[in-house]
Design a protein around this ligand. Structure first.
Ligand code: UDP
Length: 482
């Protein structure tokens, strides 16, 4: 019976422990103690607030430190420049801007007066004094575009939330425009930025600005039609291309829309029938960063990267309003159904009149054409890969009974979810092709690593011959004038 006194002993010590615990809790949560804790909490919170107020957060610290380091490293250059600019009369220009919380400040830039001012403008160095604004806390390295007072309407100001943060030297909207994917407008870019911004996302935007500066360009000087390696293209923006689709969807005469990327141009060199087809198409759109680069090198600026994949959601949105219906032809079995589900989930009022996978025999073809005709669709999208899809459409356009048809390549694979699309930051950096290569290296290596080089070589050769031609005509006209 030795177990019983031991058990009593254990129970007694448990009770003692519990009493000690209650005593402790009583002491710690007595009214005086609670008051002391509350005061201590308030002091802690306010000291944090003070630190945040003084330093303005990690982003502010980063901006301040980087601006200071750059200014110190370039201080000798600044001293010389100030000395030279003083001789021409004025050192700094001040432009009023609206900053965080709507406060107006002066943005500094070097004066454009004199030879030095003009040189700074040409070298894109006039805005360097913005570093002073960053030091002062008026601006950040990355943020929404600095706007002038009165530039935005009160409604826009409210909608954008752009004044929640400091405006920046580099902005997401500028980056998207330079990368040719600024489809949704500045307000949407501002909203995206304000919603997600962090030190990391700022660093990403700053890094992506490097390729954007190198290959990006102003679209304002672009012509309405450009010719890249003998292919004439309609130089439209994304929204103009969507409008063109909607217009064509109610036209009497059927027409074909072709998206042309660097790979398509290479194919057109080997395939004269495809080249002729592109020359005779109703609408030819420049697709991808390769075309943008080619346009820049050949001095035929491309307005926007109008690729089918980015156009598709915008087209669906326009279809909701216009009521025109789609027919989806192509992809593996089950893939067009996946696209239909995506449309139903995202644009429920857009009509899909019919669909069919792209693996049918020659014997089945008449039935497929009949099905498309009977569907009453206004727009036919064919995803069977270039140039097969373009040739398929061109040879049957008059029998298909649709006002407009377009080849869209791998679009169905993306929207059905079979192949994930590259994240936005990679597209902004013009690197979507790297992502695509990683997904299907076996199939894509030749297209990207050989094809892109061949394309670049052709563009450079064309540029060279155009230059030689221009020099020839100049020397002829000089001889003629003598
Ligand atoms: N495809 C098809 N029928 C065929 C061959 C291919 O429907 O006989 C589809 C294939 O499933 C894929 C698309 O065509 O969805 C081709 O995609 P790819 O990325 O090769 O096209 P690209 O964008 O390169 O023109």
């Amino acid at each position: 019976m030795r177990g019983v006194p031991e058990a009593t002993e254990v129970a007694r010590s448990a009770v003692a422990d519990r009493l000690a615990l209650i005593d402790d809790l009583d002491r710690r949560f007595s009214a005086g103690c609670l008051r002391r804790r509350r005061v201590r909490g308030m002091i802690q919170a306010s000291s944090w607030l003070l630190i945040v107020q003084v330093l303005g957060g990690a982003k502010r610290m980063f901006d301040f430190t980087l601006a200071l380091v750059i200014l110190l490293l370039t201080s000798l250059w600044w001293v010389r420049l100030i000395f030279v600019l003083r001789l021409s009369g004025r050192i700094l220009d001040r432009t009023p801007r609206v900053g965080r919380w709507g406060q107006v400040f002066d943005e500094y830039s070097f004066s454009a007066l004199g030879k030095t001012g003009r040189l700074l403008t040409r070298l894109h160095l006039r805005r360097t004094p913005v570093l002073l604004n960053i030091l002062k806390g008026d601006m950040s390295f990355v943020g929404p575009r600095a706007v002038s007072p009165g530039e935005l309407s009160p409604a826009e100001r409210l909608a954008r939330r752009r004044y929640d943060v400091r405006c920046g030297l580099i902005c997401l909207w500028w980056l998207r425009q330079r990368s040719n994917i600024g489809y949704s407008g500045e307000a949407a870019s501002d909203a995206d930025y304000v919603e997600d911004h962090s030190l990391w996302s700022d660093a990403g935007i700053a890094l992506r600005a490097i390729p954007a500066v190198l290959y990006g360009g102003g679209a304002s000087v672009a012509e309405d039609a450009v010719s890249i390696l003998g292919i004439r293209m309609h130089n439209l923006t994304m929204s103009e291309a969507v409008d063109a689709f909607i217009q064509a969807s109610s036209a009497e005469t059927p027409s074909q829309v072709c998206f042309v990327n660097a790979d398509c141009v290479n194919i057109s060199f080997r395939d004269p029938a495809y080249h002729r087809l592109l020359a005779g198409s109703g609408l030819v759109l420049a697709d991808g960063i390769g075309m943008k680069l080619a346009g820049k090198l050949l001095r035929s600026e491309i307005r926007q990267n109008v690729n089918g994949t980015d156009l598709f959601p915008r087209l669906c949105e326009a279809l909701e309003a216009s009521g025109a219906g789609l027919y989806l032809l192509g992809g593996r079995p089950g893939i067009p159904e996946g696209v239909q589900d995506w449309i139903a989930a995202n644009y429920p009022r857009a009509r899909v009149c019919g669909l069919r996978h792209g693996y049918f025999s020659d014997a089945e073809e008449t039935g497929v054409i009949e099905e498309i005709r009977a569907s009453g669709a206004s727009i036919l999208l064919v995803a069977m890969g270039a140039p097969r899809q373009e040739k398929w459409i061109a040879d049957r356009l008059s029998r298909l009974g649709v006002p407009v048809a377009a080849g869209v390549g791998g679009l169905f694979d993306f929207y059905s979810g079979r192949i994930p699309r590259a994240p936005q930051w990679l597209r902004e950096a013009g690197m979507e092709w790297i992502y695509r290569f990683c997904q299907e290296p076996g199939r894509m290596w030749k297209r990207y690593f050989v094809g892109n080089l061949v394309f670049l070589f052709r563009v450079l050769r064309d540029r060279q011959s155009k230059r030689a031609h221009a020099m020839d005509s100049i020397s002829h006209s000089t001889v003629g004038n003598r």
